[in-house]
Design a binder for this molecule. Structure first.
Ligand code: FO1
Length: 325
């Protein structure tokens, strides 16, 4: 891997969505200088609520890198209050999607910037610099692009209806991406990928967080063309998701909810797979299924801020020193 001689760090592009992705992005941000890390974030979860433009995955990555994320939920702002929520209830509105009082400021700014004709990339730049974040956080696209969940019990649902209103319990029979075919990866995202020495697909939900990034015009080609290692961190440990519906979704869509299923899902896109010690016994099967895939087994469960930096550091060392099993 060509290294940036200036300070021996690779230029990394991380693809993230949701809480697990934000944690690895945070680990990388604790190690890499600001101009050596770009986080490209899923926008398929975005929606308009109370007239406000809400981008949950961008906010989770921003709050996590900004050190203000709610540590219990992973999303929202630590110590935030819900007085707006109580007032809405007095007006007879019972919102199922809880927006914190401080969190509201983020949505107000984003809604204002977009209403003025600027892009989501510009709104995100304004917000993340306001939070003192020096690393670059980019939405994967500035175009409308929404993940739609088709369920047995309720038909098609918008993402947050499925995820929050119905607590991802409905049986998923299909996923589609509204905007596919028109929405394109941003130039900023494509430029970051072209300049990268290493691509990291964070332990995010492959179907709900990563696929909506890969489906954007130009994205998959840019990843395949940039000719540097692309590694994924399995979001499943011993067949279970750390948080969220990844394993349930895989099972519902007849995919193998295991590290082998993850390797199959990403297939040719990835050169390496990081998995948890709990899946050590899958190494032999992975050798058969994906002989060209280099593997790295470690503790991938991140419970502390230090865990995030440790995992990120191991991954960078693995890729820079070419250690593979
Ligand atoms: N998730 C919930 O389960 N309940 C909520 O009320 C909720 C509110 C919320 C507000 C802002 C925000 O950025 C995220 C929020 N989330 C909530 C999480 C969100 O649905 C998920 O983080 C992503 O969409 C999936 O990764």
């Amino acid at each position: 891997m060509a290294l940036d001689t200036e300070n021996q760090f690779p230029r990394v592009v991380a693809f993230a969505g949701g809480v697990g992705g934000a944690k690895v992005a945070h680990g990388l941000a604790q190690i890499l200088p600001p101009d050596h890390l770009t986080v490209i974030v899923n926008v398929g979860d975005d929606f308009v609520h109370h007239g406000l433009r809400i981008s949950p995955d961008l906010d989770t990555v921003m709050y996590t890198l900004g050190g203000i994320a709610n540590p219990q939920t992973g999303w929202g702002i630590q110590g935030d209050t819900l007085q707006n929520f109580e007032m809405l209830e007095r007006y007879g509105v019972a919102p199922w999607f809880r927006l914190g009082d401080r969190d509201l400021a983020t949505h107000l700014i984003r809604t204002q910037v977009l209403a003025s004709g600027q892009t989501l990339t510009e709104a995100t730049q304004k917000l993340s610099s306001g939070l003192g974040i020096q690393h670059t956080i980019l939405p994967a696209t500035d175009d409308p692009f929404t993940t739609i969940i088709n369920t047995k019990e309720h038909g098609t649902l918008d993402f947050q209806e499925y995820f929050v209103k119905f607590r991802w319990q409905p049986t998923v029979v299909g996923i589609s991406y509204k905007g596919e075919g028109e929405a394109r990866a941003t130039e900023s995202a494509l430029t970051a990928i072209a300049a990268a020495d290493l691509l990291v697909i964070c332990p995010s939900n492959p179907l709900l967080s990563v696929e909506p990034i890969l489906r954007l015009g130009g994205m998959r080609e840019a990843i395949q063309k940039c000719n540097v290692p692309c590694i994924a961190i399995s979001p499943l440990i011993a067949g279970q998701a750390v948080k969220g519906p990844a394993a349930k979704l895989f099972a519902e869509l007849n995919l193998d909810a295991s590290v082998v299923g993850i390797a199959r899902y990403y297939d040719e896109l990835i050169d390496g797979l990081v998995m948890d010690i709990a899946d050590q016994n899958a190494v032999a099967e992975l050798r058969n299924v994906a002989p060209a895939l280099s593997l790295y087994v470690t503790q991938t469960l991140m419970e502390t801020i230090e865990d995030r930096a440790r995992l990120a550091g191991e991954i960078l060392r693995w890729q820079m020193e070419g250690i593979s099993l």
